[in-house]
Design a protein around this ligand. Structure first.
Ligand code: APR
Length: 229
């Protein structure tokens, strides 16, 4: 049997916006009234761990309440005809809850915690994370999030997938944060490339079909097209 064509979908905060989760750069660089570096960096963690934990505890509660939207669900439909890998910068679990099978979380997962001395020690975390919560080695648990200034361990996996993609779909990311933003350059030159974002016309990406639309409508349209052509 012929192998299914390969689709990689690179998603950012915009894919979850219609699920009620705010994007990062829509409010003057502030994330829920905090500068991003004040809550999402190793420096912040060392200086104000209570603030960092409180910030992520609030985000976790919001995410647990949110539901996958039509964009997350449409991407699952693609698996009937394609080999699909989702590479997401999002820390939510909405692609999982929608039912996608292969998901690479570049920037970590808010529903997990990890040891602050051994990054391989990762635990499920469905409730508040507090000072005093420890890993089995006795060190404080931190959110399982890739903070600014930290290495992105899943980059290699993402590069491997993107460099053999037949189709690349980019949804709801400002492509301002590296190294994730650089991933699109690994796609083969002859791969079909689509960008879904209300501001798509402001991006100048060569050989990418820009679809200026929100994620739900744009992804549903594109999935219908790909399933029928
Ligand atoms: N549908 C699709 N796209 C949308 C929607 C929507 N309903 N609403 C907003 N957008 C678009 C915006 O136009 C913007 O291009 O989503 C993008 C969101 O960009 P950012 O807020 O910068 O989010 P993202 O690119 O995911 O950020 C990358 O930065 O803060 C860090 O680690 C964090 O993973 C995050 C990374």
């Amino acid at each position: 049997m012929r192998e299914k064509p390969r689709i990689v979908v690179l998603t950012g905060a915009g894919v979850s916006e219609e699920s009620g989760i705010k994007t990062f750069r829509d409010s003057n660089g502030l994330w829920e009234n905090h500068k991003i570096e004040e809550v999402a960096s190793p420096h912040a963690w060392n200086r104000s761990p209570y603030l960092v934990l409180e910030f992520y505890n609030k985000r976790r509660k919001e995410i647990i309440k949110a539901k996958p939207n039509a964009a997350h669900l449409a991407l699952v439909e693609l698996e009937k005809r394609f080999n699909v890998v989702i590479v997401t910068q999002n820390i939510d679990d909405l692609h999982e809850r929608a039912g996608s099978s292969n998901i690479i979380h570049l920037h970590g997962e808010i529903l997990k915690s990890r040891s602050s001395i051994d990054e391989e020690l990762v635990y499920d975390c469905k409730t508040d994370l507090c000072i005093g919560d420890k890993c089995k080695l006795g060190s404080q648990l931190r959110p399982h999030i890739v903070w600014f200034g930290e290495a992105v361990p899943k980059m290699e996996d993402a590069i491997t997938e993107i460099s053999i993609a037949d189709i690349l779909i980019i949804i709801g990311t400002s492509l301002q944060v590296y190294p994730a933003a650089g991933l699109i350059h690994y796609a083969p030159e002859n791969a079909s490339k689509y960008l879904i974002d209300p501001n798509a016309n402001e991006f100048s990406l060569p050989n990418v079909e820009a679809m200026a639309n929100k994620a739900c409508a744009g992804t549903s349209d594109l999935v219908r097209f790909l399933m029928n052509n």
